[in-house]
Design a protein around this ligand. Structure first.
Ligand SMILES: [Cu+2]
Length: 156
């Protein structure tokens, strides 16, 4: 049956969607932690490398009402998170988002993130010459106890 064939082709694409390459930009190791009951926001970790200087100007996801890029900074002895309008990427330098530092935040999750789910993200980059590129990536949902980054998220 033709329909089945298309569905299978779709699945095969998803298997390696955790790594996305669009022209000059490589994104890998995209993942999010499964949410705890009542949690309606979640951080997404990923590695991103751009061959040219660029900035992340927008992130969206069908899984959340909005997606923000958060910076982390120590202020008056407290760890503060702040939404950024754009996140700069230097040429050929891998940036790790989420590792207890700057991260992508899904705000207003439409449903809890469960182990084994994948979260679609669409990341828009703008280059120095003003051209924009949109990259689709799927973040794999790992278990709640995944200890990749130790910091806890407290919004509000
Ligand atoms: Cu955050």
């Amino acid at each position: 049956m033709i329909l089945n064939k298309y569905l299978l082709a779709g699945l095969a694409v998803c298997l390696f969607a955790a790594q996305a390459v669009a022209g000059e930009v490589t994104i890998s190791e995209a993942w999010a932690r499964a949410t705890a009951p009542g949690q309606d926001s979640a951080a997404v970790s990923l590695h991103i490398t751009s061959q040219k200087e660029a900035s992340i100007v927008a992130v969206s996801s069908a899984a959340a009402a909005s997606v923000e890029i958060h910076s982390m900074a120590h202020e008056n002895g407290m760890m503060m998170m702040r939404a950024m309008d754009a996140f700069e990427l230097k040429a050929k330098q891998e940036v790790v988002l989420g590792d207890g530092g700057n991260h992508i935040m899904l705000v207003g999750l439409k449903k809890p993130l469960k182990l084994g789910d994948s979260v679609p993200l669409s990341i828009t980059l703008q280059f120095a010459d003003k051209h924009k590129e949109k990259i689709e990536v799927k973040a794999e949902v790992r278990s709640l106890t995944e200890s990749h980054d130790a910091h806890m998220h407290h919004h509000d």
